[in-house]
Design a protein around this ligand. Sequence first.
Ligand SMILES: NC(=O)c1ccc[n+]([C@@H]2O[C@H](COP(=O)([O-])OP(=O)(O)OC[C@H]3O[C@@H](n4cnc5c(N)ncnc54)[C@H](OP(=O)(O)O)[C@@H]3O)[C@@H](O)[C@H]2O)c1
Length: 333
Amino acid sequence: MEYRYCGNSGIQLPVLSLGLWHNFGSVDDFGVATDMIVKAFDAGVCHFDLANNYGPVPGSAEENFGLILRENLRSHRDEIFISTKAGHEMWPGVYGNGSSRKNLIASCNQSLHRMGLDYVDVFYSHRYDGVTPIEETMQALVDIVRSGKALYAGISKYPRDLQLKCYEYLRAHDVPCLLSQYRASMFVREPLLPITDSDHGNTMHSAMQVAKEEGSGFIAFSPLAQGLLTDKYLKGIPQNSRAAKSTGFLQVSQVTPERIDAARLLNEIARRRGQSLAQMSLAWLLRHEGMTSVIIGTSSVAQLEDNLRTLDNLTFSEEELTAIDAVLSSQSL
Ligand SMILES: NC(=O)c1ccc[n+]([C@@H]2O[C@H](COP(=O)([O-])OP(=O)(O)OC[C@H]3O[C@@H](n4cnc5c(N)ncnc54)[C@H](OP(=O)(O)O)[C@@H]3O)[C@@H](O)[C@H]2O)c1
């Protein structure tokens, strides 16, 4: 495994992290979930990404993860980096959702209880809710870290115009933002590219560049576009795939002919590199300066093993990059 430092911190993360959004809930096969966690840890994937609402049912991924840790990795807590988040709907009533102090602090306590942990390594605000003042949410993160229930703070999916404000607040309170988590892949490149401010015509730095300049690590989620950037959907929608499952977040409507055409062309480029499309997709993200790690999801040990082999070839020739850019810019993805 290769490890990279998280921004200006002393923390290193594996370039491949494992996320438990799908495939680790109470509806999933506990044996397969256990095998994936243990295999990942054995391969050096020591960072596991969770959230209060992962399941289904919400909360069950944290419960299963806690059980798997206790049964298989009990003596390894200090070798493992665990993140969780709060901000999406979790329990009924007005306090079980959003970015309020009430929600974050109650949720952190609940997550620790479900996982059977004394602390998590990173606690994230899962999202900006559009209402709660940044100061309230960031102060809640500061207080969670101060209480010892998390070692570091992170932000997830924060709009570009609020990102800097979060970093400034956290830094001013001596809890610098360890990690900024954004959706990024060959199909979702916005967080990696400079953006033009439509009001003034200025070019603004990408979310990833801002994180780098501000000393925060940057971590990409859904790096395979939930499976679209693998060879999985090239011949239709297989049974048991995320798009086919009633509990999956990938909608059949997202498996568009344009994306499948692009995946087919990218698959050819990957084949010429001697890689699977999944491996090339992950390597492409990891070549970006400022990318600390990518959080993969897997539904089998075989997928995990395929993705781990990404590390065999992380470099691209100019020709390959140009060919990939041509595919990505010629499609409405
Ligand atoms: N901060 C946030 O708001 C947020 C949002 C979403 C995700 N996340 C984090 O990011 C993590 C990863 O997200 P994701 O699951 O969408 O990631 P992803 O890596 O883009 O997609 C994972 C899916 O791709 C397929 N796959 C993976 N490797 C494959 C391979 N080698 N060959 C063929 N298919 C393969 C599997 O689909 P099948 O299941 O169909 O086999 C797998 O479930 C989550 O678990 C979570 O921790 C964070």
